[in-house]
Ligand binder design. Structure first.
Ligand SMILES: [Zn+2]
Length: 95
């Protein structure tokens, strides 16, 4: 599969609903680090076409702290508020 079609497929999948990196990795059959790399490109090409990549921010499952305005695709390692590591990953969708 070429990079072009892979990104097209990722955009199509992201229009269908919300996905986290792990889900996209399984759905598209590529490594999680590759999902993250492609998401950055998808975000830029969407901006050119008038759509956007909506990111539901990660949050701490222990205390509810929300990582607002982070703008990154990876899951934070640790909560700055309670120091726990049970962090729910960010979810992505194209709108
Ligand atoms: Zn916390």
């Amino acid at each position: 599969m070429t990079t072009g079609t892979l990104r097209q497929q990722m955009m199509t999948v992201l229009r269908e609903g919300e996905w986290d990196v792990r889900g996209l990795s399984q759905r598209l059959g590529i490594a999680e680090k590759d999902v993250i790399a492609h998401l950055a490109h998808v975000q830029r090409s969407l901006a050119a076409g008038g759509a956007r990549l909506v990111i539901r921010p990660p949050y701490c499952r222990a205390c509810g702290f929300v990582f607002e305005g982070r703008g990154r695709f990876t899951r934070p390692g640790r909560c700055p508020q309670c120091r726990q590591t049970r962090i729910a990953p960010p979810f992505f969708q194209v709108m």
